[in-house]
Design a protein around this ligand. Structure first.
Ligand code: TYD
Length: 199
């Protein structure tokens, strides 16, 4: 039996990684075998992308998109497909809607990005888009992580990325307000995934 596949998406500072952890933990408590994973991945292309975060201008938008796509292909083949085929539940921090939103906001054709990804990337049971005004996301990054926002996190760019996340349509997309406390957001996530947990 193919396992379930849940993806968290949204702009930076929405608390995705906290929600990934909380969902994975709740699913394990229900006896599921859960693989927690993330993109950019820890494979060679993903590591290269992370190295470039502070100096994004050194890559052309085309090179950057190619790296995100190469990383996705690697992550799909190495981590996601084997886990799903083994009946495991996969919880992933970012996936192809991030490419459509971020690289789309940087000038690429988002429809084309989605089409190309669907040729090789398993479709999630559910995309959970965490929503937060970009200014609040940025404030969370600066105050909680004590970090300066990186090149992906500049205000006007994030506004455009957020607008793209707000516009995606699909039966497997749910949007959840990321402003409340993590426990409350998690409760809403559990409500959203509940229908996939009955055998
Ligand atoms: P993020 O998950 O925020 O990494 P971290 O947990 O280390 O902060 O991802 C890093 C950045 O990568 C984020 O700003 C969005 C960007 N990104 C893209 O532009 N396109 C993509 O396809 C993906 C997966 C991420």
């Amino acid at each position: 039996m193919r396992g379930r596949f849940f993806v968290f998406e949204g702009i930076d500072g929405t608390g995705k990684s906290t929600q990934v952890r909380m969902l994975a933990q709740s699913l394990r408590q229900r006896g599921l075998d859960v693989v927690e994973t993330f993109e950019p991945s820890d494979g060679p292309h993903g590591r290269r992308l992370r190295e470039m975060f502070g100096r994004r201008h050194e890559l052309t938008p085309e090179e950057e998109l190619a790296l995100f796509m190469a990383d996705r292909l690697d992550h799909v083949e190495r981590v996601i497909k084997p886990a799903l085929a083994a009946g495991k539940t996969v919880v992933c921090d970012r996936y192809y809607l991030s490419t459509a939103a971020y690289q789309g906001a940087a000038g690429a054709d988002a429809g084309e990005i989605i089409r190309k990804n669907r040729e090789f990337a398993p479709e999630p049971d559910l995309f959970i888009i965490l929503e937060l005004p970009p200014a609040i996301g940025r404030a969370r990054i600066s105050s909680l992580r004590g970090e300066e926002p990186n090149d992906f996190e500049k205000q006007d760019y994030l506004e455009r990325v957020a607008a793209r996340f707000a516009a995606f349509k699909g039966g497997n997309i749910v949007r959840i307000d990321a402003a409340p406390a993590p426990d409350l957001v998690h409760a809403r996530v559990m409500t959203a995934v509940a229908r996939f947990l009955t055998p």
